[in-house]
Design a protein around this ligand. Structure first.
Ligand code: F6P
Ligand code: MN
Length: 319
């Protein structure tokens, strides 16, 4: 049984990248403990909206953000962070070699129903010299040196890649460390399972409506096979399922809000998940281009996402 630190010592040559991954994942273990307390984390020590210190009670996504922010800013290897919960990047150490973008608690509306959530992270090498700016983060996803997520489900799992395959680790709660439980995960190019929020159907492009209609038509339609549908409502849960048993995940462009060409964020959702999928032999595209090739224009930019089984992604884009 290989622990995460043993794995990193052999898989990652840069000591400071090892440090970034250890700090990030160690903090995720703390987030996992906070999540286990659930509403008790709010009940313990509070009256009304305040805790015993008179501080306002924070939602778990804000708590998770503060935990990651605190730990990463203190790490000498970190030049700057970008988070879904921060409007701007936060510069850290001027000698730091790495930039990290993260979604501290993906799928956070699932908290209220005690369902799956996760932390997603994407790591880049700092390019410019001196204090980091937002422009330093605006590198295409193919420049990522590592990407992954921690899934807080029935067990807490870490899944990441440093560019040589995808590995899965399970948290040993007693020891407080991640143990390697699945190596070199691959996603089958074919699938009979899809994930999309069907309630948005009328807002999709005609092409997307036609594609999904053909999936739903199953054996009776042009695809000639039945498809199953799943939707966790946390990207991290849907992507994990795809890495475990295959499938396609789509959050398409829709005309619900003309200012949002897709719902998901490029820098801390689409790019890290795109790198994982490609490393597992799958594909990750918008409607028109490979996600990892996109030149980002802002740290909170949104994109349409079609990712998963290679042949099914091709099929979807062919519409
Ligand atoms: O972070 C955005 C997100 O919560 C994803 O994790 C998830 O895939 C999606 O939004 C869920 O969207 P919807 O609310 O349409 O189900
Ligand atoms: Mn999210």
């Amino acid at each position: 049984m290989q622990s995460l630190s043993q794995f990193l010592a052999s898989d990652v040559s840069s000591a400071s990248l090892q440090e970034v991954l250890l700090v990030t994942t160690q903090t995720c273990i703390e987030i996992s403990s906070a999540l286990k307390k659930g509403s008790l984390a709010g009940i313990l020590g509070m009256a009304g909206n305040e805790n015993v210190q008179g501080e306002e009670q924070k939602k778990l996504d804000v708590i998770s953000n503060n935990m990651l922010k605190g730990a990463l800013l203190a790490s000498p290897a970190i030049r700057a962070i970008a988070s879904e919960e921060e409007d701007d990047i936060v510069p850290a150490n001027t000698d730091g070699e790495y930039l990290i973008a993260f979604d501290p608690l993906d799928g956070s509306s699932n908290i209220d129903i005690n369902s799956m959530v996760g932390t997603i992270f994407s790591i880049y090498r700092q390019v410019g010299s001196e204090p980091a700016t937002e422009a330093d983060f605006l590198q295409p996803g193919k420049n990522q040196v590592a990407a992954g997520y921690v899934l807080y489900g029935p067990s807490t799992m870490l899944v990441f890649t440093t560019g040589h395959g995808v590995n899965m680790f399970t948290l040993d709660v007693e020891q407080g460390e991640f143990i390697l439980t699945r190596e070199n995960v691959k996603v089958d190019p074919e699938t009979q399972e899809f994930a999309i929020n069907m309630s948005n159907q009328r807002f999709w492009s005609d092409a997307m409506q036609n594609y999904v209609n053909d999936l739903v038509a199953g054996k009776d339609g042009s695809r000639g096979k039945n498809f199953n549908m799943r939707w966790v409502a946390a990207m991290v849960g849907d992507v994990h399922r795809i890495l475990c048993r295959g499938g396609i995940f789509i959050y398409p462009w829709d005309k619900k809000d003309p200012n949002k060409p897709g719902k998901l964020r490029l820098m801390y959702e689409a790019n890290p998940m795109g790198m994982l999928l490609e490393q597992a032999g799958g594909k990750a595209f918008t409607h028109t281009e490979r996600i990892l090739d996109i030149q980002p224009e802002g740290i909170h930019q949104r994109v349409a996402v079609v990712l998963g089984a290679a042949n099914e992604v091709d099929k979807c884009l062919s519409y």
